[in-house]
Write a protein that binds this ligand. Structure first.
Ligand SMILES: [Fe+2]
Ligand SMILES: [Fe+2]
Length: 203
């Protein structure tokens, strides 16, 4: 099923839609916690603090949107309240592992430098994805007249991509090459995730 069709099938089913929002919330929360964990306690910047705060807000905001779907509750991130739980948990963690492996092998990075470079590349790839995914979701929400709304997230994600590019530019003159590698790794994981979503929604 095409991605927009998959989203409209999810939106049209309250149970699935609530679990979808909860799953996005889980993934935003995972991202936020990863950014916070990669922060250097001394050299952390305004941009990184802002970014972590906004990703935490996205997790909360998505959770709050579930209240607009009456009669369905998703109080926690336990498996029964998620869609494609395995793949949704695996996605970001595996991307982190893949990117760290790449940075160690290709650039010989370790310790603090590795953590920072992984933050840059993983987050870049995710921002590219977020800039694609949320607008398609919002379009389907508008089309179906849903009360759920992710416009404020879309605005912030656009800012994040720009901020990541600026940080990457000062990280390396070859930033685009490394960033493309990260996007390649992310795309494989994203397709696996969509496959699992599809098989759950179509069952
Ligand atoms: Fe986000
Ligand atoms: Fe973001």
């Amino acid at each position: 099923m095409e991605f927009n069709k998959l989203l409209s099938a999810i939106i049209n089913n309250d149970q699935l839609h609530a679990r979808w929002l909860n799953t996005l919330s889980l993934m935003e929360n995972t991202g936020a916690r990863k950014i916070s964990a990669s922060e250097d306690p001394e050299t952390v910047t305004y941009i990184i603090l802002k970014h972590a705060a906004e990703e935490h807000r996205h997790a909360f905001y998505l959770k709050k949107q579930i209240e607009k779907i009456k009669s369905v509750e998703c109080p926690t991130y336990t498996t029964g309240y998620l869609i494609a739980p395995k793949s949704s948990r695996y996605y970001l963690n595996q991307l982190d592992i893949d990117v760290c492996r790449y940075l160690k092998k290709e650039l010989g990075l370790k310790g603090r430098d590795l953590r920072f470079a992984a933050y840059l590349l993983v987050t870049y790839a995710i921002e590219v994805r977020a800039d694609e995914l949320y607008p398609v979701y919002q379009e389907e929400l508008d089309r179906t007249g849903s009360k759920v709304n992710v416009k404020s997230i879309i605005l912030e994600e656009e800012g994040h991509l720009e901020e990541m590019i600026n940080q990457l530019k000062s990280f390396s003159p070859e930033w685009q090459f490394h960033a493309d590698k990260a996007v390649e790794m992310e795309s494989k994981l994203f397709l696996q995730w969509v496959d699992q979503l599809n098989s759950e929604v179509c069952n």
